[in-house]
Design a protein around this ligand. Sequence first.
Ligand code: ATP
Length: 258
Amino acid sequence: MTDTPLIEAKGLTRHYGSRIGCTDVSFDLFEGEVLAIVGESGSGKSTLLKLLANEIEPTRGTVLYRLRDGAVRDLARLSEPERRLLARTDWGFVRQDARDGLRMGVSAGANVGERLMALGGRHYGRIRGTAADWLGRVEIDGGRIDDTPKTFSGGMRQRLQIARNLVTHPRLVFMDEPTSGLDVSVQARLLDLIRGLVADLGLAVVIVTHDLAVARLLSHRIMVMKDGRVVEAGLTDQVLDDPADAYTQLLVSSVLAA
Ligand SMILES: Nc1ncnc2c1ncn2[C@@H]1O[C@H](COP(=O)(O)OP(=O)(O)OP(=O)(O)O)[C@@H](O)[C@H]1O
């Protein structure tokens, strides 16, 4: 552990032509910390996540990232190979739609093993063994290892995405609405699994969700966004139990009333 943040976002702003994606977002994220970004549709959550994951470029502002060797780098100044290596080794990205995060036409085992091969793994037996182990960790029956995700339920697909992302032991995982669109009971099981793995592996996570219950269950800290801006940020329990901002109050009370 170190006092230097893993991520330091400063004045992050992204415009899409004349439309504002997000404006002037600054925060630190430390190793092992889970940060939830919440807010209504169109508030800029996904834009912010893509900026942090270096998938789109900021109009203004910077993201500093601390590498494993302790060096702090501006993401905008990484070379393309450095960027790719980071995405493969240090980061994971669990997408809302599993079809964007998995290869639907190849087996579950290959979906997990592929990430190891990308890191230079060549021993087929060992890769398959590790993939089988990870399928077990995300509660997918080992008998399904040769099946493609096309034959999986929504919950299984999300669990497979998680295995694919975590097999390389990233330090930071981005999650974009990982449980939305699933049945409530399936959601609860998935959240439980995510919570366990995040704690076991000491992962830092930035999770985008419109569901305050998900934020409550998983995150240490929360940022509430509205119209591209952060209107409130702090410890999750504190913000949700005693929101200071009028919009957060509305958000919290609308959930309680639902
Ligand atoms: N590729 C794009 N081109 C133009 N405008 C965009 C693009 N992506 C996002 N926006 C705009 O940026 C703003 C923020 O969108 P964003 O998708 O980040 O919000 P969100 O909070 O993630 O919404 P949702 O919960 O519906 O996914 C919106 O006004 C949206 O229309």
